[in-house]
Design a binder for this molecule. Structure first.
Ligand code: FES
Length: 105
């Protein structure tokens, strides 16, 4: 699947990601600035915070309760489109997905 990350300055990083890889791992592998994935994807940091582009949220699903609690410590504005990208796995259903890296506060 193809994923595009939109950086705060408007620059885009586009990558092909294999099915099953979570999108934090994919961001780190593609040097997406602003995505660290400090906890390795164990849902115990919020350094993989992204906003899912409008229209895609219905396919990625919204944040879960645990994710919402963890997002309280996220850098960047938390909105209804916020997700922890380690909790989204690449799949062909998400081909073309656009993720926005929030501006750090
Ligand atoms: Fe830590 Fe996603 S990498 S919560």
């Amino acid at each position: 699947m193809k994923v595009t990350w939109v950086l705060p300055g408007g620059e885009e990083v586009v990558a092909d990601v294999n099915e099953g890889v979570n999108l934090m791992e994919a961001a780190v592998a593609n040097n997406v600035s602003g995505i660290q994935g400090e906890c390795g994807g164990s849902l115990s940091c919020a350094t993989c915070h992204v906003h899912v582009d409008a229209g895609w949220l219905i396919r990625t699903g919204e944040m879960g309760d645990f994710e919402e609690a963890m997002l309280e410590m996220a850098d960047g504005e938390v909105t209804a489109a916020s997700r922890l990208s380690c909790q989204i796995d690449a799949s062909n259903d998400l081909d073309g997905l656009r993720l926005i890296v929030p501006v750090a506060l």
